[in-house]
Design a protein around this ligand. Structure first.
Ligand code: FAD
Length: 529
């Protein structure tokens, strides 16, 4: 199914059939499982209550990484799996998943001696069959990153991990699944309750249109129902009488424009306040700095926001390492927060809770939660194995790549365009087989949105073809202007409107309503306030 005009009505009218698998949740976990099910030839439908990737999967630190901190907690298998996935995704998603250099900065107050970090990096490199880290003294460090101006700097290490655009990774997985006739994915479709057989086994869902555009509701039957609702997973489990098992932890980031925090590689250090690793990461032309790790409690809102304490904690860390930058809250161009789905083992320190994923098979409801963006493929494979236990043998070729190859026509269109090789690679990797029309866009559309790496053509493409229901879908997840430009892009709204309004077919009243809601959402959950 494509996402062109009228697609939602077509999707709703196609729901009444018996599905092999129903997936609830359209983040990276749900999208990864959808992809695996499609490859296995299953008939599969995915429901997302809000927008695709609007949960935690658009609010991560954007790293595709092994995670040095897991080594510190002696989680060797988890780190190895993550490192292996990183290397796989770097090859498969070239241009969407990119290698990124890191500098680990050893501070005078570090509780952990820096040789321990070096030993960890040796293991890290060995896991990836490479040798890419090296140590530096304080003078080298200052040469490599002149803005690290902390007095008493001890030196540090260089190493490599990778980063991505989390929401675009989810969208690419979804789009490439939906070209197959046996798959359907619907955003703004909330699963309100589970259907059960007489003996209490889950056999379907009751789903309701949550777009605000209609009051459609449907009972949808499936042979297997998968709960991939991340931090919200306990809510559906309550419907089959299961006690909560998750501990939702909020993580927040500050975003800085590049002129205030000019970094060409990521910088990581142990926060002097609590010894946790924090990261300043160059991403899409800005620098994101995070993250925190605090209990969210039971209030699992769709759009969490950074608290004053978290903002103070993050800013004080930056001020310590980059004192000459004299950073203040006035320099922060945006913020964002997400909620980690973490299994509750009752640890006093939230950061000590394991980040490994879980799979629970309860009354026919398969819950897949926890884990990381990086390990989505492993989670999806485990989910498929569990589906097999319910449905019997499913032919499945482990060698099928998780992302489709870029079609030669798109590559050719890209070489014939006036775009640079870097821009071409970026677009091919984000839009896959749908990138072709971008290369033949009008001259005006091929201009960059000021201060960003985005083309105006990407906004048009997203509005036309990418299942946008509300303005925040477009500005926070299809293109990420809400995180990248001052005031979430409100100052560029006239040009955004001229491109997007006709594509979406919204009248002026609808546009004004959408612009107002977006502005309120951005102020409440994406600004420093
Ligand atoms: C601050 C932070 C930084 C992180 N950084 C990294 C990182 O750098 N690298 C990394 O690998 N991992 C990182 N992670 C972890 C990673 O982001 C998460 O593990 C991952 O995004 C979780 O994906 P998910 O699909 O399970 O959950 P989500 O993305 O939250 O998706 C669940 C979806 O289910 C939907 N839903 C809920 N209830 C219903 C319902 N009733 N009906 C239909 N849909 C419903 C929600 O709207 C939501 O979109 C980070 C996490 C946080 C919080």
């Amino acid at each position: 199914m494509d996402w062109t005009k009228g697609w939602r009505n077509r999707a709703w009218s196609g729901l009444k059939q018996d599905w092999d698998v129903i997936i609830i949740g359209g983040g990276i976990t749900g999208a990864g499982i959808l992809r695996q099910c499609v490859h296995a030839g299953l008939k599969v439908v995915l429901f997302e209550a809000d927008d695709f990737a609007s949960g935690t999967s658009s609010r991560s630190s954007k790293l595709v990484h092994g995670g040095m901190r897991y080594l510190r907690n002696a989680q060797f298998r988890f780190t190895l799996e993550s490192v292996t996935e990183r290397e796989y995704l770097l090859k498969q998603g070239r241009g969407l998943v990119n290698r990124l250099g890191f500098l680990y900065t050893s501070l005078p107050e570090d509780r952990m001696p820096s040789w321990v970090f070096g030993a960890g990096l040796t293991i890290y490199d060995l896991m990836a069959h490479q040798w890419s880290h090296r140590s530096y003294d304080s003078e080298d460090m200052r040469e490599l990153c002149p803005i690290i101006s902390i007095p008493g700097l001890r030196g540090g290490f260089r190493f490599f991990d990778a980063n991505t655009d989390d929401a675009r990774l989810v969208l690419r997985l979804l789009r490439e699944s939906l070209v197959h006739d046996n798959a359907l994915a619907l955003n703004y479709a909330r699963v309100d309750s589970l259907l059960k057989t007489n003996n209490g086994n889950v056999c379907g869902v009751v789903v309701r249109d949550a777009s605000g555009e209609s009051d459609q509701e449907a009972e949808v039957k499936g042979r297997v129902v998968i709960n991939a609702t991340g931090a919200w997973a306990d809510k559906l489990r309550a419907d089959i009488g299961k006690a909560p098992r998750l501990r939702p932890l909020r993580g927040s980031h500050l975003v800085f424009p590049p002129n205030r925090l000019p970094l060409t590689r990521a910088v990581t250090f142990m926060h002097p306040a609590d010894g946790r690793a924090v990261f300043a990461i160059p991403w899409e032309g800005v620098v994101i700095f995070g993250t925190t790790d605090v209990d969210q409690g039971s209030d699992l809102m769709t759009d969490p926001a950074i608290s004053e304490n978290e903002a103070d904690y993050l800013l004080s860390g930056l001020q310590k390492v980059f004192p000459a930058q004299e950073l203040t809250f006035a320099d922060v161009s945006a913020t964002y927060s997400g909620i980690r789905p973490v299994v509750d083992t009752g640890k006093a320190n939230p950061s000590k809770e394991s980040r490994e994923h879980v799979l629970w098979d309860e009354n026919g409801l398969l819950t897949v939660s926890g884990g990381k963006l990086t390990t989505f493929r492993i989670m999806a494979r485990d989910a498929l194995k569990a589906v097999r236990r319910h449905l019997g043998h499913i032919p499945f070729d482990r060698e099928i790549p998780v992302l489709d190859a870029i079609p030669p026509e798109a590559e050719a269109a890209c070489s014939n365009s006036n775009l640079s090789p870097t821009q071409c690679l970026r677009l091919l990797a984000r839009y896959g087989s749908e990138s072709e029309s971008l290369f033949t866009a009008t001259r005006a559309d091929l201009q960059l949105v000021e201060g960003t790496v985005y083309l105006w053509a990407e906004l048009r493409q997203a509005a036309r073809n990418e299942g946008v229901v509300h303005l925040d879908d477009l500005l926070l997840r299809r293109v990420r202007l809400g995180l990248l430009v001052p005031n979430g892009g409100l100052e560029q709204m006239a040009r955004i409107r001229s491109i997007v309004q006709p594509e979406l077919g919204w009248d002026d009243v609808r546009w004004q309503k959408e612009e107002k809601s977006y502005s309120e959402l951005w102020q409440a959950s994406y600004s420093i306030r």
